[in-house]
Design a protein around this ligand. Structure first.
Ligand SMILES: C[S@@+](CC[C@H](N)C(=O)[O-])C[C@H]1O[C@@H](n2cnc3c(N)ncnc32)[C@H](O)[C@@H]1O
Length: 329
């Protein structure tokens, strides 16, 4: 019997899936991350606790997990789901932004860790809850804050604040939207826009029917990234990982779109955010990270059938090296 209480929301979702969220590439994450079964691991995006539950099961009884999430609601769910592990002192939960990883670890008195997991983006529950405003498929307030207790701004407030030019820039940079200027003009003129349905309606009027869904996905992605400053916080946690993951420890990152994946790939390959190769005296690439996944791991077709939200996932794993002097692939 597992030490951790498992949720069996649906048999097809695997032992760690729950009605809240089905963890993606769960086995690959656990196998790729754990090098020291009695070690200390951080799940910096604990969400519904699926990956954390699998990690706790795979670790030795002395092994422990620190779970972080920006969303207080996720922590309430995990507190219930993984109550046994919390009571046993194997799981500690912290509400916060993983960009502040070092400050959060300092508060817990943890100088270094054996592994860090980042499962980026939003959970299925956040997406399905119309009141959070993440989805163009359900009507709700245009909010999109991962931490609804934060002062904001919400997506609706940003739309009020930005010029058409600034909005076009956001749609172009964070959504890679080819019609950024046209859409920005239309959205700007239609303001105030307070709900997901109002925004979706403006976009629908501007693009051919066959392109509506993809365009909406890009527009909503762009706004969500802006509201939560997602690319900057990713960069901050990657740099923190270099300082806090012990040599021999691992970093596993699941990303769901190319803007994230490109940054992760570059960082794990070169050890810096600029993607600048650093070479030693002999011209060999040096980096504090040794990528263990030459190509990103993708979910199998079977996993995508069971969990369609896994379809865009890419998992990259790297090992922290003590002396950054080796041939990097
Ligand atoms: C894809 S879900 C994680 C699901 C989780 N792996 C599981 O098995 O249930 C992503 C979670 O990360 C959280 N999150 C996103 N950005 C964050 C950040 N900067 N700091 C802390 N949590 C964040 C979201 O609130 C969400 O709960």
């Amino acid at each position: 019997m597992s030490a951790v209480q498992k949720h069996t929301g649906s048999a097809a979702a695997g032992p760690y899936g729950s009605p809240y969220h089905v963890p993606v590439l769960c086995q690959a994450v656990v196998e790729g991350l754990i090098t020291h079964p009695a070690g200390c691991y951080v799940d910096a995006t604990i969400g519904g606790g699926g990956h954390a539950a699998a990690l706790l099961d795979a670790l030795a009884p002395e092994g422990r997990v620190i779970g972080i999430d920006r969303d207080p609601e996720a922590l309430t769910v995990v507190r219930r789901r993984l109550a046994e592990a919390i009571a046993a002192g194997r799981l500690q939960l912290v509400q916060g932004n993983f960009a502040d990883l070092e400050g959060l670890l300092d508060e817990l008195g943890v100088p270094s860790i054996d592994g860090l997991l980042l499962d980026l983006g939003v959970s299925s529950h956040q997406l399905d809850d119309a009141m959070r405003g993440f989805s163009f498929r359900a009507e709700g307030p245009l909010d999109m804050r991962m931490d609804p207790s934060s002062p904001g701004p919400t997506a609706a407030q940003l739309l009020e604040r930005w010029s058409a030019y600034e909005l076009a820039d956001v749609l172009h940079r964070y959504g890679e939207e080819p019609r950024a200027r046209k859409l920005a003009r239309a959205i700007y003129q239609a303001r105030p826009i307070r709900t997901t349905a109002e925004l979706a309606e403006v976009v629908r009027r501007e693009v051919p029917a066959r392109e509506v869904t993809k365009t909406l996905a890009r527009v909503f992605q762009a706004l969500r990234i802006a509201v939560n400053d997602e690319l900057r916080v990713l960069e901050r946690v990657l740099e923190a990982a270099t300082r806090r993951v012990r040599p021999g420890g691992r970093l596993a990152v699941l990303s769901y779109h190319s803007l994230e994946d490109r940054r992760v790939k570059r960082f794990l390959r070169y050890g810096n955010l600029e993607g600048k190769p650093v070479r030693d005296f002999y011209g060999r690439l040096v980096s504090p990270w040794r990528p263990l996944t030459r190509r990103a791991i993708r979910p199998s077709a079977d996993e995508v059938v069971v969990n369609p939200r896994a379809r865009s996932a890419r998992l990259r794993i790297a090992e922290r090296v003590a002396e950054p002097a080796f041939e990097n692939p």
